[in-house]
Ligand binder design. Structure first.
Ligand SMILES: Cc1cc2nc3c(=O)[nH]c(=O)nc-3n(C[C@H](O)[C@H](O)[C@H](O)COP(=O)(O)OP(=O)(O)OC[C@H]3O[C@@H](n4cnc5c(N)ncnc54)[C@H](O)[C@@H]3O)c2cc1C
Length: 381
């Protein structure tokens, strides 16, 4: 807990933590084993207001700014990571893209329901040939009267199997490269939209991911998010927020792993004494505590700057890079400190270790974050 946080954010932090520990954590084993999040649990998260935290009250959000958003997400890290993933893809990515892009009619039509958790969203940017290089996406949109006809496909789309709406990025002018990319809200059930089967993943069991196929899919022009050609700017602006959220989530997951590791080290006796008395174990704990502290400060700093209206592209990239790489090290140390038990499904440690791996890949790999950081640095030099 950070004493420097404003009073209302500290109350939010405590409330979310209690909800996560009392209402969500008891479901984590069931979610892992069934590879499914019960709808009642998603509804409970909606009822607790989790989908709206950090989003503008004007559009049905709960307010609290990006600092509140990050503090809440950090606490969500104290239960199965799949749970936050549903909210992160829905309100965090799909909702933020609509919030950033507008226009007001589109915001009014979708955001209140997305931020209430009544409507689940997905964010469809990646394609089989366009992952790190998302600007080279090939999905095409052609204007025909009052509609756009969209052809193409998307891959690895979180929430796709359960989403009610998708923000889809397509190019209206391929000769203009990424400057032709345009965003659209596509409703589930739209003719020409096919959602593929749920992908099998290393971790994040319960969170759903699938491909999308668009064949002659007609979308009303009134569902365009922002102007033609603004889609890539909207996509990148959304990812600044998403990366910050992922960093906050990584801090929360790492904190819980560290606490569990310290507790285990105090109770596990070998050579006649708790393993915690060994300097080799203490150093792993000390390094973890230090890195978590640094990552948390980076998250809070970037979030506070975002709340002041500062552009945080560089800081979001640095924060995501550091926090997710830190989580990788802390999760690895947690398995090591738990020894054989750390490798067993009986505990949640091995699941957290697998779940942690994706944070260095999605919403821009660690290499992409370094490209963004170096790009900004060299531009200013
Ligand atoms: C579980 C999961 C959920 C996801 N959810 C979503 C979602 O909801 N919406 C969405 O749009 N996408 C989603 N994604 C896609 C995700 O954002 C991409 O997987 C990610 O951006 C990497 O793209 P790629 O997989 O094509 O890897 P590639 O771009 O092919 O990269 C492969 C490797 O090459 C490296 N590399 C690439 N270019 C360079 C370079 N110039 N310099 C150095 N190294 C480089 C990468 O860092 C990586 O290590 C999801 C992915 C997964 C696995």
């Amino acid at each position: 807990m950070d004493p420097e946080l404003p009073e209302e954010i500290r109350i939010l932090q405590k409330t979310v933590r209690q909800f996560v520990e009392n209402e969500l954590a008891p479901h984590e084993r069931e979610i892992e084993e069934r590879n499914e999040i019960p709808r009642a649990v998603i509804d409970a998260m909606a009822g607790a207001g989790l989908f709206g935290i950090g989003h503008d009250e004007r559009w049905g959000g709960q307010g609290f700014g990006k600092l509140g958003y990050c503090v809440a997400i950090e606490q969500a890290g104290r239960a199965n990571a799949s749970l936050w993933n549903v909210i992160g893809a829905s309100a965090g990515l799909c909702g933020t893209a609509i919030e950033i892009g507008g226009p007001d009619e589109v915001r009014e039509r979708y955001l209140p329901r997305i931020f209430a958790g009544e409507m689940l969203g997905a964010y469809a940017l990646s394609e089989p040939g366009a992952g790190s290089d998302a600007g080279s996406l090939k999905t095409a949109a052609r204007k025909q009267g009052g509609e756009y006809v969209i052809e193409g496909f998307k891959t690895f789309i979180t929430n796709a199997p359960i989403a009610d709406v998708f923000v889809v990025f397509a190019n209206v002018a391929p000769d203009r490269g990424s400057k032709g990319i345009t965003a659209f809200v596509v409703e589930r059930g739209t003719e020409g939209l096919t959602v593929g089967p749920n992908d099998e993943k290393m971790g994040l069991h319960g969170s759903t991911t699938a491909q999308l196929f668009f064949s002659g899919m007609r979308v009303p022009a009134a569902n365009r998010v922002g102007e033609e050609g603004q889609g890539f700017r909207i996509a990148l602006g959304t990812l600044d927020v998403g990366r910050l959220g992922l960093a906050a989530h990584s801090v929360g997951i790492a904190q819980r792993l560290l606490e569990a590791s310290a507790r285990y080290a105090k109770t596990r006796v070998q050579f006649g004494k708790p393993i915690a008395v060994n300097q080799g174990i203490q150093w792993m704990l000390a390094d973890g505590a230090t890195e978590i502290h640094a990552a948390r400060l980076m998250v809070y700093d970037a979030a506070a700057r975002a709340d002041k209206g500062e552009r945080i592209t560089q800081r979001a990239a640095m924060t995501k890079l550091f926090a997710t790489e830190m989580l990788g090290r802390v999760a690895d140390a947690a398995v090591q400190i738990h020894g054989g038990m750390g490798y067993m499904r009986e505990l949640w440690i091995e699941r957290a270790y697998r779940d942690a791996r994706i944070t260095r890949i999605y919403e821009g790999t660690s290499e992409v974050q370094r490209m963004v950081i170096a790009g900004g640095l060299l531009e200013d030099a």
